[in-house]
Design a protein around this ligand. Sequence first.
Ligand code: FES
Ligand SMILES: [Fe+2]
Length: 352
Amino acid sequence: MSELAMEPLVRNAWYLAAWAHELDDGPIARKIMGEDLVLFRGGDGKAAALEDRCCHRGVKLSLGSIVETGLQCGYHGMVFDGGGACVGNPGERLNPSHRVNAFPAAERQKMIWVWTGDPETADESRIVDFPYPDLEGEWNFLYGRYEIAANYMFMIDNLMDLTHLGYVHLSTIGGHPDEQNIAELDTVRTERGAKYVRWMMNSTPPPAFVKAGGFDGPVDRWGEFEYVAPGTVLQWAGAHDAGTGGREDRNKPGGLVFRLLHQATPADEDSYHYFFASAVRGEPLDGAPNIAFHEANREAFLEDKLFIEAQQEAVSKAPERKLILREHDKAVAYSRQAIHRLQSTDVKQAAE
Ligand code: FES
Ligand SMILES: [Fe+2]
């Protein structure tokens, strides 16, 4: 079991590789788990992931275009289907040995997931379930992605200990540091990670909450966060005017109720894609609260990027040095235990 700050990658897992809408305008190139991939939706509309390298002369397939039968290489026009087989060889006969590597891919809930391990064990029922993007009308999501130069588990650490909010995010989603530090916290282990619920009763709403929720006094604020190894953090959160029964019924009408999905998908061991999607309950896509909240998150997550990349820079100078855990880090510790469990399954599978 690893006790290092930076964690090795877990290969046998599903990773969020793109938002579904990113494939609407043709193929995209994306490095996932050390693999240069091309992601596309073929003529049949099915999402696919291939190595981004044509078997003919090695050109990136992401420079190509979508045709009825698959992805056409931009150089000499060979066409590959979602399984990597060459199904078009202009001016020549098809040759079954002409193929590129394919990765299992699945599209669901407005996300494209890719399996980077043994294709035989790619079980779609293990893909994270986040139903809200399909519930348009109640939840209208805005999407973003940052490239962060750090090990993916630094993002999980960041989201599983929110005492950084009062310091890093004072002007956006934070709130008062003293109030953050005494938040009520209830943390449990889960089969695939960790979960906590956090309450800040009668607390100062941060600027983003005031903008999106229109609060003019203290609020009862909650955040429920669940880490699903290896790379997802789901968030159900919000606030109601203090003392109006939010604690008893979080999802009562009014207030500010939102959902967020955070995902750290490793590009490689030292960098990851930070995918994030947010929606404020009941708000149209272009409604001011939805936009204000998403913009505040975009800004806040850049603040995280600054700290996490600085952390990586310092840690990678001496990666063997251990870090410490504070009492607030219970969910961080549980999350690290969950990733260690997955790493050992990966190693076991490789040895079989
Ligand atoms: S390099 Fe792709 S068809 Fe020639
Ligand atoms: Fe943060």
